[in-house]
Design a protein. Structure first.
Length: 94
């Protein structure tokens, strides 16, 4: 998917809490959590990032996935860490 398509997809995300996953061509490259998925994920495609690491991450994104959580049950840091370690590892780096 091209960056413009990803930006459009990010704008269609719900304004709900959850976990977002960025994929390259074949695997998860980043996992993040947000109180508002739409606002957080869209920010990757609308801001100029100072960090070289973030710019490289955004260029590598080919697919976005999400896990919605109940508003009253926002993911705990421990639960979030479990998701990260299951897919990427402690440091959330590729």
């Amino acid at each position: 998917m091209e960056q413009s398509e990803l930006h459009i997809q990010s704008k269609s995300l719900p304004e709900l809490p959850g976990v977002y996953q960025f994929y390259d061509d074949e695997k998860i490259i980043y996992i993040g959590k947000a109180k508002n998925l739409k606002k957080r994920v869209t920010s990757y495609f609308t801001k100029n990032h100072d960090s070289k690491k973030t710019r490289l991450l955004v260029r590598s994104i080919k697919k976005i996935d999400k896990i919605i959580v109940d508003n009253n049950n926002y993911i705990s840091l421990r639960g979030f860490s479990t998701i990260i370690s299951r897919h990427i590892g402690r440091d959330n780096y590729t």
